[in-house]
Design a protein around this ligand. Sequence first.
Ligand code: KG4
Ligand code: ZN
Length: 337
Amino acid sequence: MPPIILAIESSCDETSAAIVKNGKVLNNIIATQFEHQNYGGVIPELASRTHQRNIVPVVSKALDSCKINIKQIDAIAFTQGPGLLGSLLVGISFAKGLSLALGKPLIEINHLQAHILAHFIDDPKPEFPFLCLIVSGGHTQIVKVDNYFEMDIIGETLDDAVGEAFDKAAKLLGFAYPGGPLIDKYAKTGDPFKFKFPKTSVRDFDLSFSGIKTAFLYFLKREIVNDPNFIENNLHDICASIQYTLIQMLFDRLIAISHKTKVHNIAIAGGVAANSYLRGQLVIIAKKESWNIYIPKLEYCTDNAAMVAMAAHFKYLENKFSNLKATAFPRLKYWTV
Ligand code: KG4
Ligand code: ZN
């Protein structure tokens, strides 16, 4: 019988459930938490509580929407990390309860691997090896992917994630959290070369975004002294310029790593992969560098359970099951499963 797997994602502020049947993702139910908007970031305790409220309706909706009875499920997959401890525990405990009740096995999934394996939900699927730029609110990494389970981090941020830099810059401009998409929106009609920000350089293939965040703060303070309405008067150009600098830093590293590894299959993943400038630039650079590029659908860029389901399918085929002792790993990093 083709395996049917229920997958749960609860690592940050999205409660999500999806069903995968014989490798085909049937749905992807996501409840986004808007409770954090006024706090400038995700409040961990609030996130856990909201997951508690959302998880039953989200899972029920996933089962109902594809008319699958819970008894037909062959395995239950959950995100084990990285992520917020309290948020992860909600998904894991729910999965364990279900596993006990149904007598079906558990599959634990690394959230970052899931972001990468989201590329196998739809066609065209990347060929191995490929490089995946994972850019989200919590992570910024360039990973060499040799197969479904073997992945090596070649470069990563030493401090803030690029999504965090977007959100912090957005907060300074007065946007609600997460402000990354608003920077993208206003930047569309701005001049990316109007204002210059220093790109922090660090060793080898790594990245750093904390310096640019501080530089942006002092830039705004300086300009506001001369013009109290500086932000309002220059919003589009400011957004375009900071966005240009952040995305350019990513591409500098991605190009260098592609040259070094001689890998020309390039994929992007994570919430910032939804950024329209990044997506557009990727197409342009790909032509110059002779890259084959893989850009996921927007709903598979931000956190979602479809990607967890896809990763779980591959683990199911290899009999890579977890057990009832499974727990959360907020700082989970390793790649070989
Ligand atoms: O992967 P994700 O949903 O959650 C995790 O952080 O794991 O990524 C969320 C991040 C936020 O920082 C958000 O501002 C950023 O992705 N983001 C964007 C855009 N859409 C989402 N940043 C820039 N431009 C966008 N269009
Ligand atoms: Zn994520």
